[in-house]
Write a protein that binds this ligand. Structure first.
Ligand SMILES: CC(=O)SCCNC(=O)CCNC(=O)[C@H](O)C(C)(C)COP(=O)(O)OP(=O)(O)OC[C@H]1O[C@@H](n2cnc3c(N)ncnc32)[C@H](O)[C@@H]1OP(=O)(O)O
Ligand SMILES: CC(C)C(=O)C(=O)O
Length: 522
């Protein structure tokens, strides 16, 4: 078996997704799960980009054990110095530096000649080598470069000490056979290629990132880069879970293995989705809610007779339990806890009763409670430890866009009611809550999605509110009633803002005036 190295860049390229900013607590939570997942390299950030990111990378470098921690830089001494500084305490540090090599990038963006690019690339690798032995070089936009020039750059950076050479399809332009050809070209035309690992890094602009990555691996790449759930710049990166499972399901034919513990895939996907606020589409390969569901009679019949008729992956292999017990209001605490444990949740005994009562309320409303409902239930900390509870909400609407809401909240044990008008029911409810709670925040974003199936499916609302000091706070709320879910999300955010003001769980760098950070886990 050939060992393929798995390089996770959820915390760097994944964080480049529009609307995602991860603070150090969130990065640590994801990184710890990535270690459990068994990736070989964690790209923790771009330390030169901000003091906050440098501190995040430094914290991850200090705390993560048994994994390579990597920082990204341009081929610029200052960036490399920032990487080196942030990685000083890492057990296995790696500096990832590089420069673009395609004609359009060199001429139009860098405004450098090819010779100057080679010079900058070699100088960057030599500078990084002063700090660490493990230096990865990326040839940005390699797929659109002229291959003889690409080979020349790679030969020289390997001679300068690069241990890994990354040949990305930066703009997601490749097709699988062409990308494989590029990998083969590099393997055959770079004279010292045996001294470095060839790494591949694909983007999904044409929906081919996974296919291109698998083709690159088959052509001889030794490391694959990607993100959990495929998040990343523009249309995203290669989904690591897809590549890992493609390699796993074909392992006897391909003869390739990774160090990934596939049973952690589902939990990792959910965590990344929860923390980033980016939902996973139901039909998404491997980690989508429907990925192991069989809806039509012929398929159900086939699967009941022999699972492999319509299932190429046993769901348990990626950490999705087989749903043997139907949970309803008639289920007891044992069944409830058993199912939670199958899904990877181990609530403390003292919290179980509260959770069970919430479960019963939900089951009364819904009949059958699905796994997605339980995930939502476990992620919903709306009023946990909060001094704000919703007592009643009533809304009347007049026409398409006018609504009046009357909201009664229990605030620090006292019942209080107020009403407000708004452009719609959610707007009216939020305005009424503002009048009652009086926290000076601005609502910046609001999304609503269904988290389970059926007529009584749970709605999950996510809000982003900006506090007076510029910090962005995320709130989530779930309910079978979407107006209530919205109110719960907003109150969840207000509770977090209040806790931050009291100094609870506030990261040190949140005090930096122009730093924008998103809190989801206070
Ligand atoms: C393909 C990728 O995903 S690369 C990673 C993308 N990630 C990021 O951009 C991280 C966030 N970025 C940042 O915080 C900032 O852009 C910084 C700190 C990196 C740079 O900020 P600034 O110094 O203000 O430069 P700005 O971003 O406006 O422009 C980029 C400059 O770097 C140059 N540059 C871009 N890539 C490279 C490189 N790999 N090596 C050397 N120079 C580069 C550009 O040509 C431009 O130079 P110019 O100012 O001489 O025209
Ligand atoms: C920095 C490099 C590796 C990158 O993200 C790309 O080229 O897409």
């Amino acid at each position: 078996m050939r060992r393929l190295y798995v390089f996770d860049t959820t915390l760097r390229d994944g964080e480049q997704s529009l609307g995602i900013t991860l603070n150090v607590h969130e990065k640590i939570e994801i990184a710890n799960q990535l270690v459990k997942l068994g990736v070989d390299v964690i790209e923790a950030g771009f330390p030169a980009s901000s003091p906050g990111d440098l501190e995040s990378v430094r914290t991850l470098a200090r705390e993560l054990k048994g994994v390579i921690v990597c920082g990204l830089s341009r081929a610029v001494e200052y960036d490399i110095d920032c990487c080196a500084e942030s990685l000083r305490e890492a057990e296995y540090p790696r500096i990832h530096t590089g420069i673009a090599v395609s004609p359009v990038h060199m001429e139009q963006k860098l405004k450098l000649s090819p010779d100057q690019v080679v010079e900058a690339a070699v100088a960057a690798v030599k500078h990084a080598k002063k700090y660490v032995s493990d230096v990865e070089f990326y040839a940005e936009d390699a797929f659109r470069s002229e291959l003889p020039f690409l080979a020349r750059v790679l030969e020289q950076v390997i001679a300068a000490g690069a241990t890994v050479v990354n040949i990305p399809d930066t703009v997601g332009y490749a097709t699988p056979w062409e990308y494989a050809e590029m990998v083969k070209y590099v393997k055959n035309h770079v004279s010292n290629i045996d001294k470095a690992v060839v790494s591949i890094h694909c983007h999904n602009d044409l929906g081919m990132a996974t296919a291109n990555s698998v083709a690159g691996i088959m052509a001889g790449a030794g490391q694959v880069e990607g993100t959990i759930n495929g998040i990343g710049e523009r249309a995203g990166n290669t989904s690591l879970e897809e590549v890992v499972m493609a390699i796993y399901t074909q392992r006897s034919r391909y003869g390739i293995e990774t160090g990934v513990n596939t049973r952690e895939i589902s939990a990792t996907s959910r965590l990344v989705s929860r923390i980033t606020g980016v939902p996973v589409p139901a039909h998404k390969a491997i980690v989508g809610g429907n990925a192991f569901m069989h809806a039509s009679g012929i398929h159900q019949d086939g699967v009941l007779k022999e699972r492999t008729t319509y299932e190429i992956i046993n769901p348990e292999v990626v950490g999705v339990p087989k749903n043997r017990i139907v949970l309803s209001a008639r289920s007891g605490r044992h069944a409830f806890r058993h199912r939670l444990e199958e899904l990877g949740y181990y609530p403390e005994q003292e919290n179980l009763e509260t959770l069970y009562q919430s479960f019963l309320q939900l089951a009364d409303q819904k009949g059958e409670v699905f796994d997605q409902d339980l995930h939502a239930l476990m992620g919903d900390s709306v009023s946990e430890g909060s001094n704000i509870n919703i007592n009643n909400i009533s809304v009347t609407t007049a026409g398409a866009s006018r609504a009046t809401a009357t909201v009664t909240l229990e605030l620090d044990g006292n019942m209080t009611t107020d009403a407000a008008c708004g452009n719609g029911p959610v707007d009216a409810v939020i305005r009424a809550i503002d009048r009652l709670v009086g926290e000076p925040v601005t609502l910046e974003d609001y999304t609503l999605q269904s988290v389970s199936r059926g007529k009584e499916a749970l709605g999950e609302a996510t809000v982003k509110v900006r506090c007076a000091d510029g910090v962005l706070v995320v709130g989530r709320g779930i309910s079978t009633d979407v107006i209530e879910a919205s109110a719960r999300a907003y109150i969840n955010a207000l509770v977090k803002v209040k806790r931050m003001a009291e100094g609870i769980n506030r990261p040190a760098y949140a005090a930096i005036a122009d730093e924008v950070s998103v809190f989801t886990n206070l």
